[in-house]
Design a protein around this ligand. Structure first.
Ligand code: NAP
Length: 281
């Protein structure tokens, strides 16, 4: 298969390169390829890809809140360009999206058909990307994930460990709940999904929901830093530009119906540490 991966140098992109390594891959990322360049559409369509996996995005949620126009340009128009590649070439598309398309007011995990209601510019721009892809691409998988982490990324586990080593004590919010998503597990699940031709919207995260506080405790425990004190706080005591949804874990019902599930997140976290991440921080 001819496969295009956007955002190929990112956490999810690198994991996808690994699992799809036996296919003919076209790897796209900044600075060589910018998804917001409309000229790129014809160039990529001419490659006649079978599948385009679109991970590239403006993922800095606070940056998106400060500059919503840039967020829409990358996450909306950039996704539109990649969707047009698929429309013009007949390629299937996997479009990676986020749990933040939900408002966080739920009391149980969001299922795949739950109404969206994004509450910050990052999430609004990602939903715009979902919607334009759905209008343009016939063979589309929308794959929503949350709290991505992988070796080498600037992710929550890496930040917690850096802060623990620098400060010796942490304050972490209890009122943001989601699901950690280990990029290698996600990539393996996407490979299975892409082989089904069962197009639609999927929630592919590691199994189990937790708060940022719970996640931090487990990160410290598994990395041998269980002695570091962690003070639970609420988001009111935490100053940031973006407003994350408070309770936005995803339920994987439809992937599970196809036999595609990810293992519980603490097991995935253990693999992350086995890969030597802790020694690199
Ligand atoms: N990270 C999370 O916790 C999380 C949670 C939910 C959903 N997601 C979604 O998952 C996907 C992958 O996230 P990730 O964690 O792998 O992010 P990542 O590590 O930041 O990777 C994203 C890649 O896209 C590139 N990129 C940004 N703008 C681009 C453009 N205009 N043209 C081409 N490439 C561009 C980035 O390059 P630069 O680094 O040079 O900007 C980066 O290499 C994104 O769609 C994101 O919205 C992520």
């Amino acid at each position: 298969m001819k496969i295009i991966i956007t955002g190929s140098n990112g956490q999810v992109g690198r994991a996808l390169q690994h699992v799809f390594g036996n296919h003919a891959l076209t790897l796209l990322d900044l600075p060589d390829f910018d998804i917001t360049r409309p000229e790129g559409v014809a160039e990529l369509a001419a490659l006649k890809p079978d599948l385009l996996i679109h991970t590239a995005a403006m993922v800095d949620v606070d940056g998106c809140a400060r500059n919503p126009q840039a967020a829409y340009f990358v996450n909306g128009f950039g996704t539109q360009n990649m969707a047009l590649v698929c429309q013009q070439s007949g390629a299937a598309m996997v479009c990676i999206s986020t749990n933040e398309v939900f408002d966080g007011a739920a009391t149980s995990p969001y299922h795949e058909y739950a109404p969206t209601n994004p509450v910050n510019p990052y999430a609004q721009s990602k939903l715009a990307g979902e919607q334009i892809a759905a209008r343009l691409v016939k063979n589309l998988y929308i794959v929503r994930i949350a709290w991505a982490f992988a070796k080498g990324g600037n992710n929550f586990p890496a930040k917690i460990i850096r802060a623990a080593d620098k400060l010796g004590a942490l304050k972490v919010v209890t009122d943001e709940v989601g699901n950690p998503t280990y990029a290698p597990d996600l990539a393996a699940a996407i490979k299975k999904l892409a082989a089904t031709n069962h197009f639609g919207t999927y929630h592919l995260t590691n199994q189990g929901a937790c708060s940022r506080y719970d996640f931090a405790l487990e990160i410290l425990r598994q990395s041998g830093r269980g002695h570091i004190p962690v003070q639970p706080i609420t988001s009111e005591g935490f100053d940031r530009a973006s407003t994350p949804p408070k309770y936005a874990p995803l339920a994987n019902n439809l992937g599970a119906a196809l036999g595609i599930t990810l293992r519980p997140w603490p097991e995935a976290l253990a693999d992350y540490f086995r890969e030597g991440e802790a020694s690199q921080m």
